[in-house]
Design a protein around this ligand. Structure first.
Ligand SMILES: C[S@@+](CC[C@H](N)C(=O)[O-])C[C@H]1O[C@@H](n2cnc3c(N)ncnc32)[C@H](O)[C@@H]1O
Length: 254
C-alpha cells in the first residue's frame, strides 16, 4: 500500500499495536510525524513516547493529542476503541548534546552546559537521582541512601580528596566526576570512586554517530503467543525484557 505523505490510517496502527502490546505497555514512535501512533496508542490504553524533530511536534502533534485527551477527536479509531477521553502526557525538549569536539578534535563538555546542567546530566548517565543538597556541596545526587555523586569541572588535589573522604565517612560512598585529580594516595580512600570527565561520559555512550540504530541482535528471546490468543501468530519479547525495560525505567510514570 502507498501512504500519501507517509501518513498511516489509525485503523492500521491500531491493528499493529493490538497485535504486539497489552494495555499499559509502552509504545515508542521515534519518528512521530503527525502523531498517529501516539494518538492510537492513547485511545487503546497504552502509554507512549513520541520523538519528533520538526516543528509539527508543536503545530500538529500537541493539538491532536489534546483533542484525544479532551475527547473531542471523533475520528480514526475513537469509536472502535470506545474512547471517551482522558489521560495526559509530558512534553519535553531535548537538551543540546552534552559533548562536542574542540578545535583540536578532542571531546569536551559543551560550553553551554552550566555546572547544574552538567551535574544533572552526569547523574542521568550514571543512574543517580539528581538531588543537590543545600547542606553538603558534594552531594549532587544519590543512587541509594548511602551512595552519592559529586560533579565538578575542577581539578582536585590530594588534600581536597582526603578532606572529601573524611567528610563522606566510612558508612557512605561517593562517586566523584572531575576534570582531573592528583592520583597519588587516592587508592587508600576506599569510600571514593574518582572518574575523569569527559572520559567517564565517553565510556558510557557513543557520541557523534549518524546511526544509533537499536542492536536488534541483543534483544531477548522471542516467545510464541499463547495458543488460545485469537490474534494472528505474532511473536513479542518475553515479559522479562530487561533490555527495553531499562530504557524506559525513568519514564514509567509518564
Ligand atoms: C513519515 S513521518 C513518520 C510518521 C509516523 N511515524 C507514521 O508512521 O505515521 C517521519 C517523521 O520523522 C521525523 N524525523 C526524521 N528524522 C528524525 C530524527 N532524527 N528524530 C526525530 N524525528 C525525526 C520527520 O520530521 C518526520 O516527521
Amino acid at each position: 500500500m502507498l501512504f500519501p505523505n507517509g501518513k498511516k490510517p489509525e485503523a492500521l496502527i491500531r491493528r499493529i499495536i493490538g497485535m504486539c502490546t497489552q494495555p499499559g505497555d509502552l509504545v515508542l514512535d521515534s519518528f512521530a510525524g503527525s502523531g498517529t501512533t501516539g494518538a492510537v496508542a492513547h485511545k487503546m490504553g497504552r502509554r507512549w513516547i513520541m520523538v519528533e524533530l520538526g516543528d509539527h511536534a508543536k503545530t500538529h502533534i500537541v493539538p491532536r493529542l489534546q483533542k484525544v485527551i479532551d475527547g473531542t477527536d471523533k475520528g480514526g479509531v475513537t469509536e472502535a476503541t470506545g474512547w471517551k477521553g482522558g489521560g495526559g502526557y509530558r512534553f519535553a525538549r531535548l537538551a543540546p548534546s552534552l559533548m562536542e569536539k574542540d578545535a583540536w578534535g578532542n571531546w569536551v563538555i559543551r560550553a553551554e552546559y552550566n555546572p547544574a546542567m552538567l551535574a544533572e546530566a552526569m547523574c542521568k548517565h550514571f543512574n543517580y537521582t539528581y538531588a543537590p543538597s543545600t547542606e553538603h556541596f558534594w552531594m549532587h545526587g544519590h543512587s541509594s541512601e548511602t551512595s552519592y555523586i559529586y560533579v565538578t569541572t575542577n581539578s582536585l588535589t590530594g588534600a581536597q580528596l582526603r578532606a572529601l573522604s573524611d567528610e563522606v565517612g566510612e558508612h557512605r560512598s561517593l562517586l566523584i566526576c572531575c576534570s582531573a585529580y592528583e592520583e597519588a594516595g587516592t587508592s587508600a580512600l576506599s569510600n571514593l570512586t574518582i572518574r575523569k570527565i569527559p572520559g567517564a561520559v565517553l565510556d558510557r555512550c557513543e557520541w557523534g554517530k549518524d546511526d544509533y540504530s537499536l542492536k536488534i541482535s541483543s534483544l531477548p528471546m522471542m516467545q510464541e503467543e499463547d495458543e488460545d490468543d485469537a490474534s494472528p501468530a505474532v511473536k513479542r519479547p518475553g515479559k522479562a525484557d530487561t533490555t527495553t525495560g531499562d530504557l524506559f525505567a525513568d519514564e514509567a510514570e509518564g
